[in-house]
Write a protein that binds this ligand. Structure first.
Ligand code: ZN
Length: 607
């Protein structure tokens, strides 16, 4: 028998769910390889030659034998097929090719094809036993496990039936957390879900608990789930991580325990780029169990599979001069095509009404494109006109909405209360793409003190802080600081800032004080810089300066907003619903240094 003979296996499975859903499971090769019992992999030397176009040299140890291989880049078209070729440098197998296809058929019909070429006699004996019998059985078990888990989306949380064995000390800590969370009046079922996850989820999930993924999985409110994780961190069940994501591969290149360890300049080893982080996108908050309760030994089982980079819809390796046609299924939105060997990228938009066919050609450091607006089910032709191999990467530019960003969490009052010591390293500055800044002040407070008397006035002014604080927290904002009677607050959502002020002004008016306290307010939204001032996380930049100027124009019981605020779609929609009770009018006041800026006054109509 010729030792060059190849072994070819074809396994077929049927799933109840459509390919888009099954894809998230089968193309998550990292988790899949763990589930089928493969050993963890180890990266070998980072040599330019090997790593060209995301090739990797990897190693694992199986049955006491070290197996080393070079992995070609995975190729895929989401959600219909993926494949990979592995060339082994030692061990009984010389080469292995995997090709997986998913076709819609009363759910999904999956075909898993595996071709293995033995290196020697041992390989000829090992392949039929190891792959033909053992792998076949383990794969079937993993697919059945998946089929049983209903409503499976991006990542189901519990894949094993095993419960982690806690030390008595860890059990005591869990018990204490349960008590502290209960004391905060959090629903017992909600608390149990989190504790169950810590007890039963696998390490891949636990290494990166994402509150929005938990919320989607549990069908709970996203904000409440984030708050649960924050409280659970304070209570000692979880640990918070600041992850710095690469803008290309979106992988976490750095993960820090505190904000103070974060540097704004980061390097991505796999993409070989340096990048500057921003709070809106590239800093994600994740959680993991407190190591005193459960220490997570995060291991990697596969590093190049499609679900490692879920924003990449298709990845294809084309030799010089090669052309390839793909049938794709795309959601509407903005996309980019790039190749690690090309300096430029090309951008396109997917619309229902876009063209059905499009061609994208890589030429010497430039792209030529037949169309830039294409349909949601296009036939896409990729052409490599360059003299070298190119890895075509077709990706969505939008960032995942399942990430909780630093910008979101740091503009929550509960975060600022629970983690008041979280601040950037002195001197560090991090860009925030968009944030809404509110300034408030009291009108004529000097006169107010004179008319009401110092002691009563002081009490009322303090109460006004409580009212503001409550209204800001209820509308997902946070107070950054108070300066005399003035307050500076931030919000993720511009419309929420407006609602917060309206609520505060209403509550102050309802108090029917004589004389009444009149709240002045100015709001602007835009980019700014996060910094640490007086040991607290603060913001600066012209967005902040402008918002501070707006409050000076306010007369009390009105809200001065910028053009950027007024044009925000959510604010515009809110103003429309307020229309019966509020008026909005251009404000004539000229602001020194901002003369050309239009500003608007939102005011309750006099009844
Ligand atoms: Zn990267």
């Amino acid at each position: 028998m010729n030792s060059r003979k190849e072994f070819h296996y074809v396994w077929e499975y049927d799933f109840h769910h459509p390919p888009e859903q099954v894809w998230s499971f089968v193309a998550d090769t990292n988790r899949f390889n763990m589930l089928v019992g493969l050993p963890a992999v180890e990266f070998l030397a980072d040599e330019d030659e090997i790593n060209l176009n995301n090739r990797r040299r990897l190693r694992f140890t199986r049955l006491g034998q070290q197996i080393e291989w070079e992995e070609e880049p995975f190729e895929w078209v989401r959600p219909s097929r993926y494949g990979v070729v592995r060339r082994y440098l030692r061990g009984p197998v010389a080469e292995m090719r995997v090709q997986v296809t998913l076709t819609p058929r009363d759910g999904t019909h999956l075909v898993y094809e595996l071709t293995a070429r033995p290196r020697n006699l041992l390989g000829r004996l090992a392949i039929p036993a190891q792959i033909g019998v053992i792998s076949k059985r383990q794969f079937k078990r993993a697919f059945e496990l998946y089929n049983r888990s209903q409503n499976y989306e991006e990542s189901s949380l519990v894949h094993t039936q095993e419960i982690f064995n806690f030390t008595p000390e860890a059990e005591a800590r869990i018990e204490r957390t349960r008590g502290e969370l209960t004391a905060r009046k959090i629903d017992a079922k909600f608390i149990e879900r989190l504790i169950e996850t810590v007890k039963r989820a696998d390490e891949i999930t636990l290494a990166r608990l994402r509150p929005r993924v938990l919320a989607d999985e549990w069908q709970t409110d996203r904000r409440a789930t984030l708050e649960l994780c924050l409280y659970a961190t304070r209570a000692g069940l979880l640990e918070l991580r600041w992850e710095l994501l690469c803008p290309l591969c979106r992988g976490a290149n750095e993960s820090h325990e505190t904000l103070g360890e974060v540097n704004s300049q980061v390097h991505c080893d796999s993409c070989r780029i340096d990048y500057t982080i921003d709070f809106d996108r590239s800093v994600e908050i994740t959680f993991r169990p407190n190591p005193a309760i459960r220490k997570i030994e995060l291991q990697q089982f596969c590093t190049g599979g499609p679900e490692v980079t879920p924003h990449i819809i298709a990845q294809q390796l084309l030799r010089a001069g090669e052309r390839r046609t793909l049938n794709m299924q795309l959601e509407t939105g903005s996309y980019r095509i790039r190749s690690p060997q090309m300096a430029a990228d090309t951008f396109l938009t997917i619309e229902e009404s876009g063209t059905k066919e499009a061609t994208f050609a890589a030429e010497d450091n430039r792209w030529t494109t037949s169309e830039s607006v294409i349909s949601t089910s296009p036939i896409v032709t990729l052409i490599n006109e360059t003299a070298s191999e190119q890895l075509f990467i077709f990706e969505r530019t939008r960032w995942s909405d399942r990430a909780t960003t630093a910008s979101e969490v740091t503009s929550l009052q509960i975060f600022r209360d629970l983690f008041s010591r979280e601040a950037l390293r002195p001197g560090e500055q991090i860009r925030v793409g968009q944030i809404t800044i509110l300034f408030t002040d009291l009108r004529d407070s000097t006169r107010y003190y004179r008319e009401a008397g110092d002691a009563p006035a002081f009490g009322k002014v303090m109460t006004h802080f409580d009212v503001l604080r409550a209204c800001i927290a209820e509308h997902d904002g946070a107070i950054i600081k108070t300066i005399g009677d003035a307050v500076m607050a931030v919000f993720q959502n511009p419309a929420q800032s407006l609602s917060a002020v309206i609520a505060a002004q209403e509550r102050l008016a309802a108090a029917r004080e004589a004389p009444p306290l009149k709240l002045k307010a100015g709001i602007h939204t835009g980019a700014c810089i996060a910094v640490t001032l007086n040991d607290r996380l603060d913001y600066f930049g012209s967005t902040v300066n402008f918002a501070a100027r707006l409050v000076g124009v306010s007369e009390g019981d009105d809200i001065i907003i910028s053009e950027a605020m007024k044009d925000d779609p959510a604010v515009a929609a809110l103003i429309e619903t307020l229309d019966e009770k509020f008026s909005i009018a251009p404000c004539r006041a000229a602001l020194k240094g901002f003369e050309q800026c239009e500003i608007w006054s939102v005011k309750r109509k006099v009844e």
